[in-house]
Design a binder for this molecule. Structure first.
Ligand SMILES: [Zn+2]
Ligand SMILES: [Zn+2]
Ligand SMILES: [Zn+2]
Length: 171
């Protein structure tokens, strides 16, 4: 029997069917709010890159973003897109998934992040961002024990999401 991992603080589980248009609306709404509050400029390119990343919960690489913008006739130079991605990362609106070399939208950009933990499905590339106080506490006490000063915490956990497990079993 498979045990079901609880997903703390996950507004809508990206692995399950849900009203994704609501995710996009919420993401853009909070991005606009956050930029306004911090005096950041959400230029057209930055906004479009954010929209493309939010089109699904699958991590999206810089190359795919460039390709899509090209199809839309925007054809920005690659550095423009990389700069937009850097901006979105620094503003806390997206996260970089190192193991996929790709980006996902942050599901709660207004909150300060302690640690971000990612469940990454290797089959559909959907990524769930998870925040768990217990992990934060464990990491903090580990760092204290080792007298280690943390600058960034990201934990990438790869595997197979429930949906992909079920579709594989069905075959
Ligand atoms: Zn969604
Ligand atoms: Zn986040
Ligand atoms: Zn999957």
């Amino acid at each position: 029997m498979r045990t079901v991992t609880p997903m703390p603080k996950l507004a809508s589980n990206p692995f399950k069917k849900h009203q994704h248009s609501q995710c996009i609306r919420d993401a853009l709404h909070s991005a606009e709010g956050l930029c306004k509050k911090n005096g950041f400029r959400l230029s057209n390119v930055r906004k479009r890159v954010l929209e493309l990343i939010w089109e699904s919960h699958q991590a999206l690489g810089a190359y795919a973003i460039l390709e899509q913008l090209g199809k839309e006739g925007v054809k920005p130079a690659p550095p423009t897109v990389y700069r937009a991605l850097d901006f979105l990362l620094e503003a806390g609106l997206v996260h970089r998934i190192n193991s996929l070399n790709a980006y996902i939208g942050c599901n709660h950009p207004k909150d300060s992040h302690h640690g971000s933990y990612f469940l990454i499905c290797q089959h559909c590339h959907i990524v769930a961002e998870i925040h768990d106080k217990r992990i934060d506490e464990e990491v903090a006490s580990l760092a204290e024990r080792e007298r280690f000063s943390i600058s960034e915490r990201a934990l990438e956990i790869s595997g197979t999401c429930q949906h992909c497990q079920e579709t594989q079993h069905a075959r």
